[in-house]
Design a protein around this ligand. Sequence first.
Ligand code: XIL
Length: 298
Amino acid sequence: ASTLGAAAAQSGRYFGTAIAAGRLGDSAYTTIANREFNMVTPENEMKIDATEPNRNQFNFTQGDRVYNWAVQNGKRVRGHTLAWHGQQPGWMQSLSGSDLRSAMINHINGVMAHYKGKIYSWDVVNEAYADSGGGRRDSNLQRTGNDWIEVAFRTARAADPAAKLCYNDYNIENWTWAKTQGVYNMVKDFKSRGVPIDCVGFQSHFNSGSAYNSNFRTTLQSFAALGVDVQITELDVQGASATTYANITNDCLAVPRCNGMTVWGVRDSDSWRSGDTPLLFDGNGNKKPAYTSVLNAL
Ligand code: XIL
């Protein structure tokens, strides 16, 4: 195969990218994105601040731009993200307790109803664990009660039974890290109690502080053994080492339930990590060595 999407499809997997609505007018960008990828994650357009800027006033203008571009070009969409401490609109940041709990449920219902039956998988909850210690991150959502995550997943299942429901986080790739074990224990608990969860997203933003480690494969295998799909959801690698990209690809391929990978942007110039060159295409749209190593691994 000569593209990432087609190469991943050879083993029944997808290969995706984050897409920004604001770049859809750039034909160099859309040409590469359309050619190489068969899954799309809106980079910001389905987040809480974008979709519910005022309480109970939903706005899907930007989300629909990305969604429509994807579907018109034959791609599937990962929804990102419904319950998160980040990129909350001002009105939500100031809520707490049962009022915030109701607002979270209303938000999940409102967004999932709009996209009902159209989304491959939703990142229902994003980044709920603390960076160290293995426990929950302190946030307004966490302060509504420890059960907020399972409430979000149960709400999501009822809102769109066709979508796969994922928990998504960063720094859970290294099996030896407490944060990884914290999330693993949550998923294990959810599966044992019948809380609806279908997948775990490993953001995979690798850099010097959280470097790729070969035990990532153990992590993917261990989570998959709990009975969930695992997906690499926001991949970028500081410096874009071709070897590291190949290793990550091979880790996913080694795990039957690792059913897809998504890079967090098309060209280095599209990356959220300014000053870094972590992606598969350079700013001129040329394929980098990391691109070739991923394509050859797939
Ligand atoms: C980032 C986007 O790439 C930026 O454009 C935005 O300014 C901030 O958010 N984890 C996530 C993503 O789950 O939503 C984040 O995306 C990157 C880290």
